[in-house]
Ligand binder design. Structure first.
Ligand code: MG
Length: 297
């Protein structure tokens, strides 16, 4: 059965607005026997929350067909040997809960050493040495065996310190994704990659990245669809990735051997298409989902 893997934001919708032909495209694919999957680097929402959003936008889909970087990270950890037994997450609750749901113990945010500074230490500019005195006075638990980093809208210096301590003590260092930016209503915020980079600098170690452009996220989709990589020959044509970024979606598509269809409705700059080289160069460029129909024939 052919497989279509959609990036969501910028491809099927932008914010609360469904993009033209999204409904028709998904209906046509499903009607002609394609398996439709949704894949995202976002690790701050659970699959259930994505299913609810897709439902609200009338795009269909269920938890079986949504793969987030949080979910792919959890399943990557689950398959490792030895399997992690004590995970410290710098990231959102969704990332913690996906890891917990594969049966791996995760430290809760409130257990973090340094999460309850006295007011003078917490307030910027009141007593500058107080935070250092507080952090160095803590009774520290044994470091976690694994550190997982994703987008954390509540990042603190204490979290970075705890992650640095564990990684320097030898913990496995995994990033759900390394996105530069987090595009939200009307502006860009720093993405998970900015936090990963801080810890890479702090430790001199490189994180294993699960999200796009690395292949693990799409490999998780293929595993769920019962398809074994590598995709070679005519099988390539049976797996399409439809995304709006050359250096994330197209590269990851090619790393699993899929056919990359770039749509220019999202963040894509005109230059990004002409400058894309090697793995980042799309197999097809479309300007609207309507142009996908002829490619399916
Ligand atoms: Mg996108």
């Amino acid at each position: 059965m052919p497989i279509a893997i959609f990036d969501m934001d910028g491809v099927l919708y932008r914010g609360a607005q469904v993009l033209p032909y999204a409904h028709e495209t998904l209906a046509q694919l499903r009607g002609s026997g394609w398996q439709v999957y949704f894949a995202t680097n976002n690790s701050t929402a659970t699959r259930g929350e994505y299913v609810a959003r897709l439902e609200q936008l009338g795009l269909g889909g269920d938890e079986e067909h949504v793969v987030t970087s949080a979910y792919a990270t959890a399943h990557h950890l689950e398959r490792r040997d030895p399997k992690p037994r004590d995970v410290f997450v710098v990231g959102a609750d969704a990332l913690r809960s996906e890891i917990q749901s594969v049966g791996i113990p995760v430290r809760q945010a409130a257990e973090l050493p340094g999460s309850h500074p006295p007011p003078a230490a917490a307030a910027d500019g009141v007593d500058p040495p107080a935070m250092r005195a507080y952090l160095t006075s803590l009774d520290l638990p044994a470091p976690a065996d694994t550190v997982v980093v994703g987008l954390d809208l509540h990042l603190t210096y204490a979290k970075l310190a705890e992650a640095q301590r564990a990684i320097l003590a030898g913990a496995l260092f995994v990033a759900s994704n390394k996105d530069r930016a987090y595009p939200v209503e009307g502006r860009l915020l720093p993405g998970a990659g900015s936090i990963v980079a801080a810890l890479e600098i702090a430790t001199g170690k490189k994180a294993l990245c699960i999200g796009k452009p690395e292949p693990f996220l799409f490999e998780e989709v293929l595993r769920r669809a019962g398809v074994r990589p590598p995709l070679i020959g005519p099988r390539r044509e049976r797996v399409l990735v439809i995304g709006d970024s050359t250096d994330y979606d197209m590269v990851a598509a090619h790393r699993v051997g899929a056919t990359g269809v770039l749509i220019t409705t999202g963040l894509t700059e005109a230059d990004a298409v002409s400058d894309a080289q090697g793995e980042a160069a799309p197999d097809h460029v479309i300007h609207s989902l309507e142009e996908l129909f002829p490619l399916l024939a």
